[in-house]
Design a protein around this ligand. Structure first.
Ligand SMILES: [Zn+2]
Length: 825
């Protein structure tokens, strides 16, 4: 999953990795990493233990791992084991059932004959029940199981769980509870990692940000069925409706990053992080760093006038294995104290990839520099780049200087306002700049002047298509004129228009932004756009006009092309200014950006284009994606975020978080419209501006948003006496019901300029309390229309419509929900 990006098609990067194994230099880590079954065993008979929602029973033998610093951290189990996982929340029950491929599943149970457990409490209980460990020689079968586990950790999980284990050994901060971590070779379901981590699932380093401090998980790394089958707060917390989130171990405040880009585009550099240590007695801090950027040196110093550098050990396994980086301090850091951490690295292959004719695509966008957190941890940045003189670079923040000496160019960029992540685009660029008075925004568009491979490819297709046309080999459909050729400069205008249109729309609906400049840069990846603070990466495809797309046979990509630019620009508001706190709130970034793209379409194509946008979204939400076992809307609620994407429900993440998330805002907009005002959207705009302003630079939850909507609640939304919107958010964001509306409406001339409207509107396929407010629209000739009023339907119900009213002329039809005011099946 890529953050703030928009994909279509599957274009997963394949990483080719070749590198020597790099040894860690901390002795405790080295011993921990080497620990294997050492011959000590404990026999267990009906040993039962509970870890949050898990219940295990073991009959067999625990083969203890060699102790490290006198402590045994884990054991291999061989024998007959069983476990059950009983989810607490209904949405977790649903997600588990979907992942298991069993619609009616409520408890997951399985058996196993091999497992590895890291759990000191389990070892203590086993000793109490089965007696002190018996010494002996390590059983081959136990060593074999351990090696199998380690192979999965390295080759499938690519996550160094030993870093997490090292933290339990070296970090002195008392965790609220001991760590439970296991690998279970299940028989019925795919083998999986199971854990109850008091520090939150993110502490295990499973490569996903914003897990929200949820402690209990089941993670499958199966090729097809992999993912978080279960991820939740502790049952105890859920029962009390109060969840704890453990503070981040380090809070990054300022980054000084000095990067050298070699003529072959390898990167090397030094990053100095100013951070506040979050826990007492910290010795191990994990880092985010792309596996091919190899650490060479690390040192730390307290923050002071003159840094006093002390060497720091570091961990980074071979790049093709579990290469997560971490630093190990020689002594414990104090909580709340500020430190500098200086990291030197080299050999960064494949951060930049040659895309032809002096153009490069930038990979590893979140981890090209070592960091202690992106997206939820804001920091300021000083960025210096050294590169060949003929090359250019556009980074986040503002360019401070750009100097050339001989064959070398040095560019300095500075982000004085805290950002969520640093990034850059690299290549040869031509700049087009426009300061838009109406929005107060300056849009810089950077295009590649050369002919990158992708443009060459596009033109080859175009030539082939036009030759085929001359030969009469192409059947139906209009094929573009044979002289159509694409060059990158002609694409800049379209990006500029997207930039200016989005800035204007966003200013009107969401208010002004602290930043008033954005750089739109071209990148040579098809079907993929991404937004970084003040820096947008757009695919060339986003700039192709309709004729060219048609010639290329890319008409299916039309919607993507129309929406990707505004969507990525909208992330400057939603995602970079106001950001979701956890993955449950991800729709506040993706859905809000998608909604903004809809508003931009309305600006350029009026209500018909806006309405067509929602019809497309509606269909996407209700449809069954290719290869899916069920329609997208049945995958689960918006609040399940990225976990909606499973082997059973491919496409559901996009349909629900992006499209249904956007629909939530559209439904609020329509419900909040006040037709007595010159601008009916005024209440909605005031609410959105309040939200964007109140939470600028902050991380927000869905509940924060609900409270802002409640501050601006309009009569149409006041369905409950308390004036709250629990009913709305419960059914649409935390629920997955989509109602079916059936209407049968007729209009008859009642004489004297009056018309009688009769018929029924029915809501079905909903739960008893499911409430909708359905407006009725009247259409006249030439496509003009008006809204007559609205009907409230609660539960499965049929309402009769019977009203007589004066209309200026004879209506052509009466339609309820004509503006997609309510999401329906
Ligand atoms: Zn996005």
């Amino acid at each position: 999953m890529s953050i703030y990006s928009r994909f279509i098609g599957a274009t997963a990067a394949v990483l080719l990795v070749v590198s020597p194994v790099f040894a860690a230099s901390d002795p405790t880590y080295t011993a921990l990493r080497a620990a294997r079954p050492d011959g000590r065993t404990i026999a267990v008979s009906n040993l039962a233990f509970d870890r949050d929602v898990y219940h295990f029973t073991l009959n067999g033998t625990l083969h203890l791992l060699a102790p490290v610093e006198g402590k045994t951290s884990g054991a291999v189990f061989r024998g007959q084991g069983t476990y059950t996982l009983t989810p607490v929340m209904p949405e977790e029950k649903r997600t588990l059932a979907v992942n298991a491929g069993e619609q009616t599943l409520t408890v997951l149970s399985d058996t196993f004959d091999s497992a590895v457990f890291f759990d000191t409490a389990l070892l203590a209980a086993a000793e109490q029940a089965g007696g002190a460990p018996k010494a002996g020689t390590a059983a081959q079968e136990a060593t074999g199981v351990f090696d199998e586990y380690l192979r999965h950790q390295k080759k499938d999980l690519h996550t160094n769980l030993h870093v997490r284990l090292l933290r339990t050994l070296l970090n002195q901060s008392p965790a609220p509870e001991p760590l439970f971590l296991g690998w279970v070779k299940s028989k019925k379901y795919p083998a999986a990692f199971v854990a109850v981590d008091p520090l939150g699932a993110e502490s295990l380093g499973l490569g996903v940000t914003r897990l929200g401090g949820e402690q209990t998980l089941m993670y499958s790394y199966d090729d097809r069925k992999g993912g978080f089958w279960y991820l939740s707060h502790l049952k105890r917390e859920l029962d009390q409706r109060k969840a704890d989130v453990y503070a981040a171990i380090a809070d990054g405040e300022h980054y000084v990053i000095d990067t050298t880009i070699a003529p072959n585009a390898d990167i090397s550099g030094t990053t100095t992080i100013t951070f506040t240590n979050g826990h007492d007695g910290t010795r191990v801090i994990p880092l985010n760093l792309f596996s091919k950027v190899r650490l060479k040196d690390a040192a730390f110093s307290p923050v002071g006038d003159t840094p006093q550098w002390t060497p720091v050990a570091f961990i980074q396994e071979a790049q093709e294995d579990d290469a997560d980086a971490a630093v190990v301090f020689p002594s414990a850091l104090k909580r709340g104290e500020k430190y500098l951490l200086k990291l030197t690295y080299a050999g960064g292959k494949d951060v930049l990839q040659n895309a032809g004719d002096g153009n490069y695509s930038v990979g590893a966008r979140q981890s090209w520099y070592p960091n202690v957190g992106t997206f939820d941890d804001l920091a300021t940045f000083d960025l210096t780049f050294h590169m060949p003189q003929k090359m250019q670079l556009i980074a986040v923040g503002e360019e401070v200087s750009n100097t050339v000496a001989g064959n070398d160019r040095t560019a300095v960029w500075k982000a004085a306002t805290p950002l969520r992540v640093a990034g850059f685009n690299y290549g040869k660029f031509k700049k087009l700049s426009q300061s838009d008075k109406e929005s107060g925004f300056t849009v810089d568009v950077y295009t590649n002047p050369g002919t990158p491979d992708i443009i060459r490819e596009i033109n080859q297709y175009l030539e082939a298509a036009s030759e085929n046309r001359t030969n009469g080999e192409i059947g139906d459909g209009y094929v573009g004129p044979s002289h159509v050729r694409v060059d990158t400069a002609s694409l800049a205008q379209s990006a500029m228009a997207d930039g200016v249109n989005t800035a204007r729309t966003a200013k009107a609906f969401f208010g002004t932004m602290p930043q008033t400049r954005v750089s739109i840069t071209q990148q040579s990846q098809w079907f993929f756009g991404q937004s970084w603070p003040q820096l947008i990466y757009l695919p060339y495809l986003a700039f192709l006009d309709g004729t060219t797309r048609n010639t290329l046979g890319l008409n299916g990509a039309k919607d993507f092309v129309d929406e990707v630019g505004p969507h990525e620009l909208a992330h400057q508001w939603w995602g970079h200014s106001v950001a979701p706190k956890t993955y449950h709130d991800e729709w506040i970034s993706e859905g809000f950006s998608e909604f903004t793209a809809g508003l931009v379409l309305q600006q350029t194509g009026g209500w018909p284009r806006y309405n067509a946008f929602w019809e497309r979204k509606r269909q996407g939400i209700n449809e069954r994606s290719r290869g899916a076992a069920m329609p997208n809307n049945e995958a689960g609620p918006i609040s399940q975020g990225f976990r909606l994407e499973t082997w059973q429900t491919p496409g559901a993440y996009d349909a629900i978080v992006y499209s249904k998330g956007a629909y939530i805002l559209h439904m609020l907009r329509m419900a909040m419209q006040d037709r007595t005002k010159k601008n009916p959207d005024e209440p909605f705009m005031a609410m959105m501006t309040d939200f964007a302003t109140t939470y600028a630079g902050k991380n927000v939850t869905t509940a924060d948003f609900q409270h802002v909507v409640e501050r601006h609640i309009t009569p149409a939304l006041k369905l409950t006496a308390d004036g709250k919107l629990d009913w709305f958010f419960q059914q649409w964001v935390y629920g997955s019901t989509v109602p079916r509306l059936t209407q049968k409406l007729d209009v008859a001339d009642a004489g004297n300029g009056k018309y009688r409207i009769t018929g029924t509107i029915q809501q079905s396929e909903v739960t008893d309390n499911f409430a909708v407010v359905v407006p009725i629209y009247v259409y006249f000739d030439k496509g003009s229309w008006a809204r007559l009023g609205a009907l409230t339907l609660i539960g499965n119900k049929t309402e009769n419509v019977n009203l007589e009213l004066a209309l200026p002329r004879k209506p052509t039809k009466i339609v309820a929900n004509a503006m997609h005011d309510v999401l329906t099946k």
